[in-house]
Design a protein around this ligand. Sequence first.
Ligand code: ADP
Ligand code: MG
Length: 381
Amino acid sequence: MALLEQALRAFEERFGSGPEIAAQAPGRVNLIGEHIDYNDGLVLPMAIDRYTVIAGGRTTGDGYHFYLPGRDQFFSAPDLKLGDHSPPWAGYVLGVLKQFELAGFPVPPLRAVIVSDVPPGSGLSSSAALEVATATLAEQLTGHIMAPMEKAYLCQRAEHESAGVPCGIMDQASAILCQRDSVLELDCRDQNHRQLPFVPEGLGVLVTNSKVQHNLATGNYATRRQECELAASKLDIASWRHLTPDQFDQISACLPETLLRRGQHVVSEIARTLQASEAIESGQWSSLGELLYQSHESLRDHFQVSCPELDLLVDFTSDLPGVLGSRMTGGGFGGCTVSLIELAERPFIERAIVTKYQAATGMEPELFVTRPSDGAQPISL
Ligand code: ADP
Ligand code: MG
């Protein structure tokens, strides 16, 4: 059943009448430019054709009431206090509504249903999809329609303050700005962005979910961010963006081993992403694939945010005919890989990955080919 239909049915069953409005926001896969959104780099994400849908309506009673039919979980809050929430998803939703209130646009008492086919905690940014879908609904409810980046920052504040994840801006910006058949080139230094047409003939983007769940809040994400800040301050640089890998080599001898590695990733990934953008514009698909492999090596060895399962998935592809490149995507420590593949070889590639991964780990990966999709939208009912 389509997501919207699921949401409408669940709303009717739970609340006894239909919702007034609905909104959707997609997950995203980042092609390249990992862990550099908070280091002034460029990132190249695309929205995937998987969405979070929220359907809601004002209530004459008090408070905020949410139902997730997929988990059969209900959450009710009398008001919008920040703090620990159980279940955790409620923190993201209330966090966004709280930010509307803080901005001077209080959201009226509300009941809503949330459904999604973005796998949570897999590096495909289910958290931003949830925040941005909620914000898109709240825009309709309050009449406060925001500029895209204003909305992205509002959602980012919600994630920082309500979920305790010091994320960069890529995920929220992607869920809002991405367009069908394009990769978003977002410059995280000044938020300039443009759409790079991405319809490579005969090629597709394969996402492989390792089924290893990451946990960014308690994981190492915050540590990596701090390490980058510390390395930048030791090097006395205002921004990583101005440093080429060669310049970094000349000034980095003062850094302890760990910070040296972090810096090596940041400067090389910024350079790779610039090259990847050029490769996309000129249709140099094998160069793009090579950059994906290089990015993975750097994330594994220098930034140290991969895990054995992601390394296996990337290693399996390296000698498979029809795979141009592959790497872990998202924050790391689990989640998904993204690979650029020849669609003619897709059945063979998928079979080979599943067989090898199962033999090595006992787990069954989830694979899907996705196309660049549209960002968040209100849905008319
Ligand atoms: P990612 O954004 O890569 O999926 P995060 O750790 O940032 O991973 O966010 C995952 C968390 O977001 C989940 O643990 C859950 O609390 C919340 N979440 C996002 N989407 C949903 C959803 N559709 N249903 C329930 N929880 C969700
Ligand atoms: Mg997230």
